[in-house]
Design a protein around this ligand. Structure first.
Ligand SMILES: [Zn+2]
Length: 186
């Protein structure tokens, strides 16, 4: 049986909460995917650090304010706390694609920030996402890419059949169960 990672990093929209092509712009629009919050609580109970790394270009586009984002994350933490769970850090990129920043995925900046925060190498740390840019960010940061079919995941796999060789799960709940059973991260 392989040892568990000390840290797991999650994309937000389409992995933890329902995604929308129109962006998630308010706490009201922030709705958890069934089973995702319970899965995060299971990671907490296993003593694994949980961080979120999320592109939020809606900020740079002026679609919502930093206060709106704070309220989304307050709702997230409040719902999670009811289940005895928490996230240890939330990192987000506020920039638009043309800003040329180093944090917007597929760049590895957000994941590197998580690594620095916890003083942990990302080697064998799963980054669970639903898009090709999540996979590319994981690879660029030398983390382990994991895909879920929620959010844009199904579309990502249809458009990029080569990604089917990665670890793929129906949703975060299934990914976390597999991880906690000690299935190897390749
Ligand atoms: Zn950025």
């Amino acid at each position: 049986m392989s040892s568990l990672p000390r840290l797991v990093i999650l994309d937000r929209d389409g992995v933890i909460n329902l995604d929308s092509d129109d962006y998630i712009k308010s706490a009201d629009e922030w709705i958890p995917i069934e089973g995702s919050l319970e899965a995060i609580a299971r990671l907490n109970q296993a003593g694994i650090l949980v961080a979120v790394a999320s592109n939020q270009s809606g900020l740079g586009r002026g679609l919502f304010s930093p206060e709106d984002l704070n309220q989304m994350h307050a709702k997230f933490q409040r719902l999670l706390a009811r289940l005895g769970g928490h996230v240890d850090a939330i990192f987000f990129c506020p920039h638009t694609p043309d800003a040329g920043c180093e944090c917007r995925k597929p760049a590895p900046g957000l994941l590197r920030s998580v690594s620095l925060r916890f003083g942990l190498s990302l080697n064998s740390v799963p980054f669970i996402g639903d898009t090709k840019s999540d996979v590319e960010a994981a690879r660029a940061a030398r983390a382990t890419p994991v895909l879920v079919r929620t959010g844009k995941g199904q579309r990502t796999l249809a458009d990029n059949p080569e990604l089917e060789s990665l670890l793929c799960y129906a949703d975060l709940a299934e990914a976390v169960d597999s991880l906690l059973e000690g299935s190897p991260l390749t």
